[in-house]
Design a protein around this ligand. Structure first.
Ligand code: M6P
Ligand code: ZN
Length: 175
């Protein structure tokens, strides 16, 4: 049976230079390395008001320098649109930033469910040693805006220190 609206995409290291802070470490790595893949079911055309999209994401374990592999991160193009994330496999952190510049994180582990309110930018970081998998459900007209905080990004990083993930605020990127 052909199911309409099934999509898949992958993000490779070469496409993610902007998001990792250690450009020297990034330069030394293979740009063809797959960092994450997304599978989505989009039963109505993107931009349709009132519909829902469903997706699965798998982020590989790894680091660029001391920074864990992560998604690019985005806000919704229609900013008031919310989203659910639910973790199925692995360990990670969901990094969130609201419009006032407040940044915080939530622990992701199998069974954890995360409500991402509208206007809140979001990114997932794989802090474990196995692929991190989560499912997502978002409105079909939400869209993606990758210019978070005028290009400043989320204002926080998840770094590996003594083998442990540490959530660090970047002071000059926070409003
Ligand atoms: C989830 C959803 C998708 C998103 C994907 C990857 O599956 O939120 O809408 O595209 O994660 O995140 P990003 O777009 O930030 O790379
Ligand atoms: Zn989203």
């Amino acid at each position: 049976m052909r199911v309409p609206g099934l999509r898949s995409s992958e993000k490779k290291l070469g496409q993610l230079k902007a998001v990792f802070h250690d450009k020297e470490a990034w330069q030394k790595m293979d740009p063809e390395t797959i960092v994450y893949q997304v599978w989505s079911w989009e039963p109505v055309p993107a931009g349709t008001e009132g519909g829902l999209f469903w997706g699965g994401t798998e982020i590989q374990p790894g680091c660029v320098g001391n920074e864990y592999f992560m998604t690019h991160g985005h806000r919704h193009a229609i900013v008031n649109r919310a989203e659910f994330y639910g973790t199925t496999v692995g360990q990670g952190k969901l990094v969130l930033r609201d419009e006032s510049g407040r940044v915080w994180s939530e622990e992701m582990k199998p069974g954890s469910l995360h409500y991402i309110p509208g206007r809140v930018a979001h990114r997932v970081v794989n802090t474990g040693g196995v692929p991190l998998r989560f499912v997502a459900c978002w409105p079909s007209d939400a869209g993606h805006d990758y210019e978070i905080a005028g290009g400043k990004g989320l204002g926080a990083r998840v770094l590996q220190r003594n083998g442990e993930p540490v959530f660090e605020i970047i002071p000059d990127a926070v409003a």
